[in-house]
Design a protein around this ligand. Structure first.
Ligand SMILES: Cc1cc2nc3c(=O)[nH]c(=O)nc-3n(C[C@H](O)[C@H](O)[C@H](O)COP(=O)(O)OP(=O)(O)OC[C@H]3O[C@@H](n4cnc5c(N)ncnc54)[C@H](O)[C@@H]3O)c2cc1C
Length: 512
């Protein structure tokens, strides 16, 4: 074997997986067909639980430039309808405005720091597999060559060559009845409301920033970013054509959507600036996420509308779910079936995203029936429980993995805790940066250490105190920071120790 794991694609998800594998002691080779960074800028931000996940790897700090932990957002939108998240006690909706290019650069820097080999200008063109491994065929700068690896992960985007080479179907729908135009522009300063940051459109009225705004003729959005002001207009039943996009084309589209002229000019500053037309869109889910020793990750496994920005929340969490399981297989301690739980755990998450993006697309469509549906939805969204339901759905906080155990936290992401350890006060999110399994023992007598006998090479222990009331007294965390086991008992007895050992075995294999 030349490599334990080869990853095809150095997009955000492939790079995140490379970091996770490296943290788990596996050095992957990443193949990227492009010589340099892509010119395309897709995402403008990260939305949902992924922000906490990045905090738990120390990446939030790099991305936000702040040492402060992430805080939930006070508001968001569902299908261009405002969500008043400030009313929630337990708001799961985190957000971070960051261009995808910057995210990719930071992930690439991190992967290189961790020793990952990234081969740019190397395109996966073929593959075959047997019981022991995969032979990848690659077109490199010096010609074609082959690479033998134990596992291959296709993180090669929506048009995934890996998926096609494995003959994995990609059923779903392709819509061609919408066109969305987006550009960086400069808007006259007097149109910006200094108090709200919103846009006062002459003859139309105020439009809040960072929110989709539906009219009877389409959807409009305006978002001031440090890199420039983005204006976007989406219309239905308009043929976008394939000629190069222009600012005049966007101007006319905005006029049709809002019914008035919005004065704007070319963007200021050095750029790079966006000027993009997207015709239609796909919603598709791979038939399988795994074919023997080949796995699909991120957009290679699922594509959907970008409404509400759920793509990276889904894909980066796929990577964090897959990384430690693949590493366990490579290291030889994976319990039987562990790798298959990648699909059983992540497919439902992808199905939820497919569902809510399609629901949002229906809610922003034109027509009086949709307007009526929105009135009804607006009424429902006055209810705090509905806001919470939608926020959990959009943020991915409603995901519960099917793990054995009765504690309410089992199968859920770890809570944010501040722990008092012998060396001082520390956030749990800082202890998980090594991406190692972690037993957090908060019992007064630090009673759980013995349960780790035979697995100390794989599982770390932290004994601590916490002053917060109502928390569990012990947590076993997987590297993706999901709770594999928890207890509320101050003095765990034989029964708790037994269930802990069972959870350890089913997540991290037999004791050695
Ligand atoms: C217009 C738009 C706006 C979006 N906005 C948001 C947003 O605000 N928030 C959000 O979370 N998500 C957003 N998304 C979704 C997000 O951009 C994607 O989910 C994300 O890019 C998927 O990452 P990936 O790594 O799976 O695939 P990609 O980013 O597609 O990366 C795949 C990589 O694989 C490489 N590759 C392809 N084939 C091969 C091969 N054969 N061999 C080697 N390398 C190969 C490609 O060059 C590419 O670098 C948006 C998407 C679009 C289109």
């Amino acid at each position: 074997m030349t490599a334990d794991v080869v990853i095809a694609g150095a997009g955000p998800n492939g790079l995140m997986l490379a970091c996770e594998l490296s943290l788990a002691g596996v050095r992957p080779i990443v193949l990227e067909r492009l010589n340099g960074q892509t010119k395309e800028n897709r995402a403008n931000g990260l939305v949902g639980q992924v922000v906490r996940v990045l905090d738990r790897r120390g990446l939030y700090e790099r991305l936000s430039g702040s040492a402060e932990p992430p805080r939930p957002s006070p508001g968001f939108v569902f299908g261009a309808m405002p969500l008043d998240l400030g009313r929630l006690d337990d708001n799961p909706m985190y957000g971070l405005a960051v261009p995808q290019k910057r995210l990719e650069q930071i992930l690439e820097d991190r992967a290189r720091e961790l020793g990952v080999e990234i081969r740019r200008g190397h395109e996966l063109t073929g593959l075959s597999q047997d019981e022991d491994g995969v032979t990848a065929e690659i077109a490199g700068p010096e010609g074609p060559y082959r690479l033998r690896t134990r596992y291959l992960v296709g993180a090669d985007g929506g048009r995934s060559v890996t998926r096609k080479l494995c003959g994995i179907g990609f059923p779903g729908v392709t819509r061609d009845d919408s066109v969305s135009r987006t550009a960086h522009v400069s808007v006259p300063a007097e149109l910006i409301d200094p108090a709200t940051g919103g846009l006062n459109v002459p003859g139309y009225g105020p439009i809040p920033p960072f929110m989709h705004h539906r009219t009877e003729h389409g959807m409009f959005a305006f978002a001031p970013f440090p890199t420039g002001t983005l204006v976007s207009a989406t219309e239905w039943s308009q043929d976008g054509g394939d000629q190069p996009m222009s600012l005049d084309e966007l101007r006319e589209s905005v006029r049709r959507v809002l019914g008035v002229d919005l004065p704007f000019g070319p963007p200021e500053g050095a750029g790079p600036h966006m000027l993009r037309r997207l015709n239609g869109g796909n919603t598709r889910l791979a038939e399988r996420f795994r074919d023997g020793r080949v796995l699909l990750l991120g957009d290679a496994a699922h594509v959907h509308s970008a409404i509400g920005g759920p793509g990276l929340n889904l894909g980066l969490q796929d990577a964090v779910n897959l990384g430690w399981k693949l590493a366990a297989e490579v290291h030889g301690w994976a319990p039987p079936g562990l790798l298959d739980t990648y699909e059983t755990e992540r497919r439902p998450a992808a199905e939820r995203v497919v569902m809510h993006t399609q629901a949002q697309a229906a809610l922003i469509a034109p027509g009086p029936e949709v307007t009526a549906l929105r009135v009804l939805f607006g009424e429902l969204l006055r209810d705090e429980r509905t806001i919470k339901h939608i926020a959990d759905l959009m943020s991915g906080a409603d995901i519960r993995y099917d793990l054995e155990g009765t504690h309410p936290l089992t199968g859920r992401p770890a809570p944010d805790l501040v722990l008092e350890t012998e060396t001082g006060s520390v956030r749990l999110a800082e202890l998980t940066r090594t991406a190692r399994p972690l037993l957090v023992d908060l019992t007064p007598d630090a009673a759980l250490a013995g349960a780790l006998d035979g697995r100390r090479d794989r599982v770390d222990l932290v004994t601590a105190k916490t002053s917060r009331e109502g928390l569990p007294t012990a947590l076993l965390l997987r590297p993706d920071c999901y709770v594999a086991w928890a207890s509320d008992s101050l003095r765990p007895g034989a029964k708790e120790l037994d269930t802990l050992r069972t959870a350890l075995a089913s997540a991290f294999g037999p004791a050695r």
